[in-house]
Design a protein around this ligand. Structure first.
Ligand SMILES: [Zn+2]
Length: 396
């Protein structure tokens, strides 16, 4: 049961004005009444006359979907709103339904034909004028948005609390006022005859309007405003640049510091490696050497010799070792061998197993005699052996 009774066919709005006409269309709609199968017109009108109006007549032309005037109903119907008693700037008419015919009506043209004032004065559109559009110049075409906003604030401040303005559905004052020899257009867009002192639509004083909204003044204010904005933008840009420079500087410093740290780390690394090398090549052998000398001084000849041998050719370590091992002798079951300083070996005693055949030995650093055999260690690490090889004693 919620089916809508009325369907909007089209909106009706006024786009042309007859200068001095005391009525205007605020809003209008062409509706189809699904119950009565009628197309009806609804108009919300405003009294833009100088005093109370009692009666308004309109001429209505209806059109079909193809844009052709409908002759049956349309031939120029007229309609009269009576018994109005509507005061200046008041709205009226929207409770009245004007029946236009069947569903074939798709558009309308409404022209005001007459109005009768309460005081008996009458206005008639004798020449059947259809009005003309007033080419109004929006202030935002001339001013930047910020100034338009400021202008609207000024406008509101000027009119606040004023009972003459604030009429319903007049709130935009965004048009540049125009004055000619015949009329002046208010900032609300309404064309007033030149003799009218307060806008018939919104009540704005013509004097105030043209004093306040002076083109030169607005343009000057605008250029000052734009200059200010430019300065501000430049300052902001400079500030941004400064911050960016600081950031860059700090970044560069950090990078420099990082590179320095890398150099220091590398240097320390080299130092550490050098330290290890020095310790291995110089300090450690020196310590071992000192240790060997100390052992020698303590009379621990064997331990000293072992330490010197471990040092290899470090300083005179090998000589020390040789000095210890020289003249070293070793005795077998019935033979003895002796090691010379020069690395040759002598042997004496039982040679039944050849255990004394050491005459060809050279570069020997150590000898040892077994029961029936003799072994010698050469400087190059090879081992010599003579004598009995039962049990593989010298399979070296
Ligand atoms: Zn106005």
């Amino acid at each position: 049961m919620s089916t809508a009774r009325y369907f909007l066919v089209t909106a009706v709005q006024q786009d042309a004005w007859i200068l001095g006409c005391p009525v205007e269309i605020v809003k209008g709609a062409l509706l189809f009444d699904s119950l009565s199968r009628q197309t009806i017109l609804q108009l919300k009108l405003r009294n833009v006359g100088s005093s109370t109006i009692n009666q308004v007549s309109v001429a209505i032309t209806s059109f079909d979907g193809a844009g052709k005037a409908i002759s049956d109903y349309g031939k120029l119907q007229s309609f009269t709103f009576g018994d109005l008693h509507t005061n200046p700037r008041d709205l009226f008419g929207d409770r009245t339904a004007i029946p236009l015919g069947d569903s074939s009506v798709k558009a309308v043209k409404v022209v005001f034909s007459s109005a009768i004032y309460a005081n008996g004065y009458e206005w008639h559109n004798d020449e059947k004028l259809e009005g003309q559009p007033y080419n109004l110049y929006p202030i935002h075409h001339m001013l930047v948005a910020d100034l338009v906003e400021q202008y609207n604030r000024e406008y509101t401040k000027h009119h606040i609390g004023s009972s003459s303005v604030g009429t319903e559905e007049v709130n935009a004052h965004d048009l540049y006022p125009i004055s000619t020899s015949d009329y002046w257009c208010c900032t609300c867009g309404f064309p007033n005859p030149i003799y009218v002192m307060d806008c018939r639509r919104c009540g704005t004083s013509k004097e105030w309007l043209f004093k306040t909204i002076d083109r030169e003044f607005l343009l000057r204010a605008q250029s000052e405003y734009l200059e200010l904005m430019q300065l501000k933008a430049q300052e902001e840009a400079a500030q941004t640049r400064k911050l960016k420079d600081q950031e860059e500087h700090s970044k560069n410093r950090q990078q420099a510091l990082r590179s320095k740290l890398v150099v220091i780390a590398c240097f320390l690394g080299v130092l550490a490696i050098a330290g290890v090398v020095i310790a291995k090549a110089i300090i450690l052998p020196q310590r071992q050497y000192d240790n060997a000398i100390a052992l020698q001084a303590d009379g621990k000849q064997r331990e000293a010799a072992v330490a010197f041998l471990a040092l290899g050719h470090y300083k005179d370590s090998f000589d020390h070792y040789l000095a210890y091992s020289a003249n070293s002798i070793s005795a077998g079951l019935s033979h003895s061998v002796g090691l010379h300083n020069n690395g040759t070996v002598i042997a004496t005693g039982d040679n039944s197993a050849g255990q004394c055949n050491i005459q060809s030995w050279t570069d020997v650093v150590s000898i040892s005699a077994g029961a029936l055999h003799t072994v010698g260690l050469r400087r190059d690490g090879t081992v010599l052996a003579v004598g009995s090889n039962e049990a593989g004693k010298w399979d070296v």
